[in-house]
Design a protein around this ligand. Sequence first.
Ligand SMILES: N[C@@H](CCC(=O)N[C@@H](CS)C(=O)NCC(=O)O)C(=O)O
Length: 209
Amino acid sequence: MQLYDFKMAPNARRVRVFIAEKGLDIPSVEVDLGSRAQLAGDYGKVNPMLEVPALALDDGTVLTESTAICRYLEEVYPDPPLCGRNPLERAVVMMWDRRVEQHGFMAVSEAFRNGNAFFKDRAVTGPMDFAQIPELAERGKQRFANFLGFMEQRLGEAEFVAGERYSIADMTAMVAIDFARVIRARIGDDQPNLQRWHAAVSGRPSAQV
Ligand SMILES: N[C@@H](CCC(=O)N[C@@H](CS)C(=O)NCC(=O)O)C(=O)O
């Protein structure tokens, strides 16, 4: 296997954290998004969506979409379970992971890509160019602030995002919140549940990747 990675890319970090939690050692190659390497050369043959992460398997299959990559690794390397241990747990974990992805991850992404000059005419990833929409940058910041409030409430009722066990939903939430520094958004001093949870998940060795 080989992972197509980029150190600063949050979706790639989601997969790196997952790999670290599984204790796997998967070789990786860096696709430098900073110099737009994903748009040049042969990377389109690896991933026509021109995104990282991508996981190339030994049989030539290339998996993209961070959640799909993690689900594959969960099936092949079930220990420790990170996506739930039974049908109900798996559904609850996926529910929370998807909520975090849609309302947290996408909010930061919307704010960052529509507000930062680097993404002029590249407001959406992939082969098509899209102009920035400044209103979306503002809306993304608002959505992310709402997300933090929602998570503060959630983490007041459960130890981890999806319940009493650490899961992929915690990884997605941690990566989104850490990445939100790019839009200058942070957990507030008045959000003790989020602070407690963030200290716990950030203290795991996997968070260092
Ligand atoms: N849905 C994809 C999204 C992947 C994605 O958006 N990757 C970003 C980096 S975090 C990317 O490759 N961006 C390329 C670009 O900016 O053109 C996933 O879950 O992996």
